[in-house]
Design a protein around this ligand. Structure first.
Ligand code: ADP
Ligand code: ASP
Ligand code: MG
Length: 590
């Protein structure tokens, strides 16, 4: 019999009427002949209230007790939901995460799922009951209650769908699908009929709060089609699957992380291992670094800039101080009044001109770009928080995200896809959230150009990449550091054969800016490590740097995304670097 997992978020179970209406929806699915597992969140803002209550008692509540507290929110809902279904004349059983058999590691408040036992679920379903599972929680090896991180009920739902080999995973929420950006921030946003896993994964981690990013990791890993829909209507919703909505559309969506901070560590000795000392201290505190830019060295010293979410800044600075002490060098500056605006789209990997379009749009509004990183399918910029909303609206407009994509390819047979993946899923129920590396690739076809000390003013990046694009030159990776003294460094890579032409352009641009002449590396090697869990496993970047450093290889450029980490090193070290990374991640290779 087919199994459907239906997840109801906080607003969808905020009061008794809403609980009853969610119960009716589940009963409808059962009457249609499905076995139904409901996953529910805490009612309304209850988790926030519990967090606030804890903070009234203690500034540093023990993480174990925090989980004990937060897990009660979902427990209230499961019981009420089971009562609702009973009152509507159907049989239901509520279960906590532990009762379901969701085993996690012991990282309280951010636990990862190790395995899910499905016997109890199957037994209940086979006896004709609806199962109501508490979202967001599990138990560790010693039966301590753990939680999966805020928004984690989505992850519970998709993980259960994977473990049960469900036919569908429906996420019922207060919007009727995934929009091109948060419709509360940009009213003209458009609902997508479908979106690919990779795009949703990037968007989720770049600020689209509609889905927990680890839920999408699960969905991608196990091939679970996820259907995001409204609890309050029967609108069609958005299907998250392996295929994008349109193959010709470059940008699928835009997202904003309002509260970000950047840190620049200055005067880091430009030798292998220095960056890795900093990154390992930060990873040690379980902070996920986000945009990372390392400037090509200036007189034997490098500046390393990165962004973190604002609430992690204090922890991050402690780690940076420790690292500076250990390196016997370096000072740092930081700013916590910035926001990150990103655009995401599978089409970017194959189409040019996306970056300059974004930079131009922002320049026309006079919005200064403080930092840039790009990867194959996303571009992120840091801007002053005061301009965040305007920047988001601007990029949404620039890429005409309100319009329907020109061509909608029909969806391929999802059933077939799901069942092939399901076998893989069942073979992998242990280590469900482990890091998986699909590929480590070496690209030796590119060269690097750096424009040092360009004016840190609106429109600078737009001007550079307009000129480059006008000459038909395709730019791959772009990084722009945080400015210092009104100047920033801008580095990018192009195909080797375009280097001479690009350098001519760069030279005349530098003259125009009255800046320093550009520098270049004619031969660089780009290494791309791609997989699942690249950023939610905070140690991946650090392991890359540490292993390369141990082999005496210096990293020139870095860009990170949810699905890929790219580093650029000296071309002579390309093959060695590939071997090093293959060795480092051998056990995680799929
Ligand atoms: P739930 O409680 O159901 O889990 P959430 O509040 O976590 O709901 O997620 C739904 C909210 O996500 C929406 O109300 C919307 O404001 C926000 N959101 C952010 N980005 C997007 C987007 N791209 N598409 C749709 N909703 C988005
Ligand atoms: N109740 C939890 C939270 O508010 C989990 C969830 O709703 O997904 O974060
Ligand atoms: Mg949510």
């Amino acid at each position: 019999m087919s199994i459907i997992v239906q997840k109801f978020g906080g607003t969808s179970v905020a009061d008794s009427q809403k609980i009853l209406s969610a119960a009716r929806r589940a009963i409808r699915a059962k009457n249609d002949g499905h076995q139904v597992v409901m996953v529910v969140s805490a009612m309304g803002q209850n988790t926030d209230l519990l967090v606030a209550l804890a903070s009234q008692i203690s500034d540093h509540p023990p993480a174990r007790e925090m989980d004990m507290l937060l897990s009660t929110g979902e427990q209230v809902t499961v019981a009420l939901m089971a009562m609702a279904i009973d009152s509507l004349g159907h049989e239901a059983v509520s279960m906590t995460g532990g009762q379901v058999g969701i085993r996690t590691d012991s990282t309280h408040t951010k636990a990862r799922i190790h395995s899910i036992a499905t016997e109890r679920l199957h037994a209940a379903l086979d006896s004709g009951k609806l199962v109501i599972a508490a979202g967001f929680q599990g138990v560790d090896e010693s039966s301590n209650i753990t939680t999966l991180g805020r928004g984690g009920s989505d992850t519970t739902a998709v993980a259960l769908a994977a473990a049960l080999g469900a036919d569908a995973c429906e996420i019922y929420t207060d919007v009727d699908g995934v929009y091109t950006t948060d419709p509360r921030l940009v009213p003209e946003a458009r609902r997508a009929s479908r979106i690919s896993y990779d795009e949703m994964l990037e968007l989720a981690s770049l600020g689209a709060g509609v889905m927990h990013n680890r839920a999408i990791e699960f969905a991608k890993r196990f091939g679970v089609p996820v259907h995001v829909r409204s609890s309050f209507s029967d609108q069609p919703g958005t299907l998250i699957t392996s295929q994008p909505e349109s193959k010709v559309w470059t940008v699928a969506g835009a997202a904003l992380v309002k509260d970000e901070a950047w840190v620049t560590v200055q005067g880091v000795p430009d030798r292998p291992g220095a960056a890795s000392t900093i990154f390992s201290k930060i990873a040690g505190r379980r902070v996920a670094m986000d945009m990372i830019v390392q400037n090509v060295a200036d007189e034997g010293h490098a500046d390393i800039s990165f962004s973190v979410v604002r609430e992690d800044l204090a922890k991050t600075l402690k780690a940076v101080e420790e690292a500076c002490k250990e390196l016997g060098a370096g000072t740092y500056t930081c700013d916590d009044s910035v926001s990150k605006v990103s655009v995401v789209g599978l089409g970017m990997a194959t189409q040019t001109g996306v970056a300059e379009k974004m930079f131009r749009g922002l320049a026309e509004k006079g919005i200064n770009i403080l930092m840039i990183t790009t990867s194959e399918i996303k571009i992120s910029v840091l801007v002053a928080r005061d301009y965040a909303l305007e920047a988001l609206r601007t990029v949404h407009g620039v890429f005409e995200l309100s319009s329907e994509p020109p061509a909608m390819e029909p969806i391929a047979d999802l059933g077939a896809l799901a069942s092939a993946e399901r076998d893989r899923a069942l073979a992998r129920l242990e280590g469900m959230e482990d890091l998986i590396i699909d590929e480590i690739a070496l690209d030796v076809s590119q060269a690097r150009i750096t424009l040092p000390k360009v004016p840190d003013t609106p429109g600078m990046a737009a001007q550079v990449f307009d000129e480059v694009a006008e000459n038909g030159i395709v730019v791959d990776m772009i990084v722009q550091s945080i400015g210092r003294g009104g100047q920033a460094n801008l580095s990018f890579t192009v195909a080797k054969e375009d280097l001479a032409r690009t350098m001519d352009i760069a030279r005349s641009l530098a003259e125009g800016f009255q800046g320093e002449p550009p520098t270049s590396s004619p031969e660089v090697a780009k290494l791309a490590v791609s997989g699942i869990g690249m950023r939610s496993h905070t140690s991946v970047a650090q392991r890359m740097f540490q292993s390369l450093a141990a082999a005496g290889i210096n990293v020139d450029m870095i860009s990170t995304s949810e699905v890929r980490m790219n580093v650029v090193v000296d071309g002579r070290h390309g093959h060695k670097a590939l071997e090093v990374l293959q060795g480092e991640f051998r056990e995680a290779m799929a």
